[in-house]
Design a protein around this ligand. Structure first.
Ligand code: 5AD
Ligand code: SF4
Length: 440
């Protein structure tokens, strides 16, 4: 038997890329590759890239530059670029870095084995099309290995919203949903392999409209309710959502579907209606807050998470203040905030930019407020009982770590629990990044 070839995948960006990397590793597993965690002894290096903010492409080129020595020492080494930079840059990548063997866009991963075969004779392979087929349906079935208790499952890709700052509609293409039976089959398979929590992924996951086994158009809420029937699956989450796609049934599901966790990532980006309009968000600060109110009426303990952009073109101090006001009103359990970053080809790139030091100042002020809120909500968990899905040993000896229903990291010392166990825990202390507690 020949020794397996080694595959090193470096993943950038969002959870959808994490999922894609897992599936690419499985597809290449069929070609005799096993994963390694260092590029040094790899036979193939794959960069799964992200293009959401500036300098992404430059980072990829400088990372590729680091592999020059490896390629010189081992001419058979295959180097591939996947993901959104691959989609955006295409053949330019091979032009700038001729040592790259293949470039594959996010919709063409199922063609990886063919692309790889093409490179065997030293040719370059490039595929950045948007084929009509479901790439996951064409990827080899996942092998039956045991899995960690929490898994991602991509159900939707692409975005039709065209926010004025965002490259996703260009790099990931139009919204496409996977059929319901494919999602259910994959979910059951994950559960058979030890998974107890599934996070449904999509760039715009709540815009999910998959064809059901009955031929009807299924919404995300209907999909969630069906997944909830799977024995052994304890928790369901989904991310990322757009406020305008939170339909009545999905709001209701937060109240009546026990397996749907009380945590929601619902980006708003800005609290200023003027900026929201310029961003082409198609909602107002008030409509967003009204939506949060409805969600909290359905599920009073819902923890809210969000994304914010500061320094969007033409954002004034008053606009920024409106964002701070919205944050005060909404109360976030966690949040991600970014300085606006110009993306060539997007409408906002052409507009009057906010000076960099202004952006930095606003980001610091926003993050200070968000951190305060996050910390206050986390500290308020002390003395409360939560349900923890245990995942892996903590950093301290004898400790086990897991996640609460609110996605807080929770550590318990000296407890007899194994990964995959779901146990009630009383929270006793709140640290900078996690909670500690004792088993009940
Ligand atoms: N500049 C800064 N942040 C951006 N995001 C998307 N595009 C940009 C950009 N051009 C942020 C948004 C989005 C998150 C995934 O990344 O907040 O919700
Ligand atoms: Fe980008 Fe999200 Fe807006 Fe779509 S909804 S364009 S993915 S920020």
């Amino acid at each position: 038997m020949t020794a397996p070839k080694k595959l090193f995948i470096k993943t950038y960006g969002c959870q959808m890329n994490v999922y894609d990397s897992e599936r690419m590793a499985e597809a290449l597993g069929g070609e005799g590759y096993v994963e390694t965690d260092t590029p040094d002894d790899a036979d193939m290096i794959l960069l799964n890239t992200c293009h959401i903010r500036e300098k992404a492409a430059e980072k990829v080129y400088s990372e590729l530059g680091r592999y020059k020595g490896l390629k010189a020492a081992k001419p058979d080494l295959k180097i591939g670029v996947a993901g959104c930079v691959a989609q955006a840059e295409g053949a330019e990548i091979v032009r700038r870095q001729p040592m790259v063997d293949l470039v594959v866009g996010p919709q063409s991963y199922h063609r990886l084995p063919d692309l790889l075969a093409k490179t065997q004779g030293g040719a370059r392979a490039l595929d950045t099309e948007f084929p009509d087929e479901d790439k996951f349906g064409h990827l080899k079935a996942r092998p039956k290995a045991r899995r960690a208790p929490s898994a991602f499952l991509t159900v939707q890709e692409g975005c039709d919203k065209f926010c004025a700052f965002c490259v996703v509609p260009y790099t990931r293409g139009a919204e496409v949903s996977r059929p319901v039976d494919r999602v259910l089959t994959e979910a059951r398979d994950l559960v058979d392999r030890g998974v107890r929590e599934i996070t449904l992924l999509g760039q715009n996951v709540n815009a999910y409209h998959g064809i059901g086994p009955d031929g009807a158009d299924w919404s995300l809420a209907r999909l969630v309710r069906e997944l909830a029937k799977i024995d052994g699956l304890a928790r369901i989450r989904f991310t990322t959502s757009h406020p305008n796609d939170m339909d009545d049934d999905l709001i209701a599901a937060h109240g009546d579907c026990d397996k749907l966790m009380p945590y929601l990532h619902l980006p708003v980006q800005s609290g200023s209606d003027r900026i929201l309009k310029r961003m082409n968000r198609q909602h107002t600060a008030e409509s967003y807050l009204a939506l949060i109110e409805r969600l909290r009426a359905a599920r009073p303990d819902l923890h809210l998470s969000g994304d914010f952009i500061v320094g969007f073109p033409e954002e004034t101090e008053a606009d920024f203040q409106a964002t701070l006001d919205l944050v005060e009103a909404a109360e976030y359990g966690s949040a991600f905030s970014f300085k606006y970053s110009t993306r060539p080809g997007t409408p906002a790139a052409e507009r009057a930019q906010v000076p960099e030091d202004e952006k930095t100042d606003r980001l610091h002020r926003l993050q200070a407020l968000l951190t305060r809120q996050q910390r206050a909500l986390q500290d308020a968990m002390v003395g409360r009982d939560v349900q923890v899905l245990f995942e892996k040993p903590g950093r301290m000896p004898g400790q086990m770590g897991g996640k609460s229903e609110y996605l807080h990291a929770v550590h318990v010392a000296g407890a007899d629990v194994a990964p995959g166990d779901l146990r009630r825990v009383r929270i006793t202390a709140s640290g900078p990044n996690s909670l500690t507690g004792t088993l009940l």
